[in-house]
Design a protein around this ligand. Sequence first.
Ligand SMILES: [Zn+2]
Length: 407
Amino acid sequence: MSESEAAVVVTSGVKVEKAAAAAAAASAIATSGATDSAVSALRFIDIGANMTDSMFNGMYRGKSKHNGDLRDVLRRAALHGVERIIITGTSLEESRAALDLARHWNSESVIDHCAGIDAAAAADSDTKAAAEVSEMTPSVPVLSLPRLSVTVGCHPTRCDEFAADPDAYERDLRALIAEAGPLAVAVGECGLDYARTQFCAPETQRTYFRRQIDIARDTGLPMFLHLRDAHDDFLDIIRDHSPVAAAAAAAEAAATTTGEEGGGGGGGGISGGVVHSYDGTLDVARELEALGFYIGINGCSLRTVENLETASSLSQERVLLETDAPWCEIRRTHAGAAYLTREWPQKKADKWASGHLVKSRNEPCRIVDVLDVLAAARNQNPVTLAEAAYQNTLRLFFSAESESPSS
Ligand SMILES: [Zn+2]
């Protein structure tokens, strides 16, 4: 299966030999797993992970299959260089849950001991066991668990909730953003999804997409955007509010009002944004780039040969990496799977075991898979690409922090 897909990729014009070499280089660095060099050689920010999903509490389709294992998931992410995770808020309620989760993990236990991790996980996944192992091995290097941030907004398929009492919903979203302070790094997930209009009519989606653009403009936060099968309407709505339009309007305003400061919101536009889980055409991607948006790549962006060709043509300055966990893993049937370089130890959910991923449940450590496939498709050094994506993410979501040397 993957061989035939690889052949398809060859005929598509992607230079497979060099790509394979790049993938091998990524593999040599990243599969060394728990070593310190792996942690330091590659660093990631997963810009989209649904960490409030019940699967991380062991619940699958309403059935309990195992104990919650978020601590293990966060440790694995840290061991693979994930320094930060932006938890996706998909509704008012989910955004609130995301904020609670971020506060909990950011305050409770931010460091762990590398050498203690496997032993502690093997013995027992609870905090006490880990602490005992840490005490027994006090000189091992410390590892920070990923810092968690959140987005606050309403997904297009959830906009009927917004429509039930629009003013109250909007007021509560704004209040949550204010309450979250620096933990809220984007407005979203919002946008348009015409592939799933059974959950919310297109007109309703458009109305509440616009309202969330207003929130982003007023707060100065960038946007975490969802776009599926709706690019014409999406571009029509966002074009006049794009970062590039905002910058042009701000420059014009500054030129006409001499001596006055041109800062702040910038003439009806938003400060920036990413179209996450991008699976559209190269033409639309080009227009989004030209409007000043970033493009988020995860497993759903690497499913087909066409996807790989689009991803391989994106501007490096506009690429962000994400997992969309627990969704969008790279499956064996996807075109991108030809470039996967590692096998993860996995068990089915009802056979959960320490040190194993759960089959079919994506998680942030697998951002290294996204990097491997994207770097190979782009015929690019994965270390260079990872660092470019990392810097792009700082620029979009953490510019206030990256201006000061301390984190
Ligand atoms: Zn989405």
